[in-house]
Design a protein around this ligand. Structure first.
Ligand code: PLP
Length: 375
């Protein structure tokens, strides 16, 4: 114990706006790892893992739950449990992580075709979108839709509960299963006031993450019926996800629910405040800011993203693209620095487009005399 390194404080994520996945384990989580149970979870003998899974089953209102090594594993197995024999297809938003960001897992692991749908409202899928693109029947030319996967939140946006309900009722009426990529369902619940189980009642499988915004170092969890979870356990083993002393991973996950989840409301309020402050600079978002993400609309904000990323470096904040991601470890000081970087980038973009300022080869900017250019 005496050789244990103290957790770095403050977290290295205090100025990291790239993603809420950069959150780091808290001292309580590290202490929980040291004091974890060390049973073998392949034999389902680990006390804390069982406790964590029971807690997720309780929160989701599902029969059972299974710890997953990542959100990707939870999604891929969550969809896979519903699929038997191709031809079959999965319908989802064209931006959905399960389709666009999981290394073609649906094609490789489930032999599934995907119907990526652009929501007509540009924000979230509605029943109309789903009705238009769901493939039903037994036409031999088609790959019938067997699963509809909804991501909640997607881009930080919460699909309204009534829409989820309508999509779910339509799907079930046609024998189609509904999966939720609920990596950030915690955020949806904290922001909307609807409980996690209110959302989950409309889904057959729900995958949630504990390492996005919640600070646990590893993992996610899949919730569903007893029989689906039994099959998921088998598929997880097949994918190399049978975890022996899983308690060291599920102990911090339990702490994440108790210690970090309640702080999400605060993070959302800070994101809303940021939206307001950026509006004063003429900066606007691409999509509604419902939770912890703000996507800069660079075009409508007349902002050059290259210049903004450069200014972020100067103001010591980390950003990688248009997405500003807030989380509980972001400091108030970092938010002020980010706003200063954005304000500077707005000014430089404006000055460059006016033609009175040019970029120097050294990387800085210099005043040019437009008058001289034309004299
Ligand atoms: C919405 C969503 N689902 C799933 C995942 C996958 O999670 P992981 O990186 O743990 O595989 C992510 C990752 O950021 C995500 O944003």
């Amino acid at each position: 114990m005496s050789n244990l390194k103290a957790p770095s404080s403050p977290s290295p994520a205090t100025n990291d706006f790239r993603s809420d996945t950069f959150t780091t384990p808290t001292p309580t989580m590290l202490a929980a790892m040291v004091n974890a149970s060390f049973g073998d979870d392949v034999y389902q003998e680990d006390r804390i893992t069982t406790e964590f899974q029971r807690e997720i089953a309780r929160l989701t209102g599902m029969e059972d739950a299974l710890f997953m090594l990542s959100g990707t594993m939870g999604n891929q197995i969550g969809v896979r449990v519903h699929l038997n024999q191709p031809p079959h297809s999965v319908l989802c938003d064209y931006r959905a992580h399960v389709y666009a960001e999981e290394g073609s897992g649906l094609a490789v692991l489930s032999q599934a075709m995907v119907t990526p749908v652009h929501p007509a409202n540009g924000i979230y899928l509605t029943l109309d979108d789903v009705k238009k693109w769901t493939v039903l029947g037994d036409d031999v030319h088609t790959a019938p839709t067997k699963v509809i996967s909804l991501e909640v939140t997607l881009g930080g946006v919460i699909t309204p509960m009534e829409e989820i309900q309508k999509i779910s009722e339509f799907a079930h009426a046609h024998g189609v299963k509904v999966h939720c990529d609920g990596a950030r369902l915690w955020n949806a619940s904290a922001a909307s006031g609807h409980s996690v189980s209110e959302y989950c009642q409309y889904f057959d499988t729900v995958s949630m993450c504990v390492s996005k915004g919640l600070s646990a170092p590893v993992g996610g969890v899949l919730a569903s019926t007893y029989s689906n979870i039994k099959r998921a356990r088998w598929l997880r083993k097949q994918q190399g996800g049978g975890i022996r002393q899983a308690g060291v991973l599920t102990a911090p996950a339990l702490v994440a629910l108790q210690e970090i989840w309640p702080t999400m409301k605060d993070t959302h309020e800070k994101t809303k405040k940021l939206e307001k402050d950026l509006a004063a600079l003429g900066v606007v978002p691409q999509i509604p800011v419902d939770t912890n993400f703000y996507f800069i609309d660079a075009k409508r904000s007349h902002l050059d993203m290259g210049i903004l990323l450069e200014q972020c470096g100067k103001f010591n904040v980390k950003l990688m693209d248009e997405r500003i991601s807030l989380h509980h470890q972001i400091s108030d000081e970092a938010i002020e620095s980010l706003k200063a970087a954005i304000a500077a980038a707005v000014q430089i973009t404006k000055a460059l487009s006016s033609g009175y300022v040019s970029k120097a080869t050294s990387g800085g900017y210099y005043i040019t005399s437009k008058m001289n250019e034309y004299s």
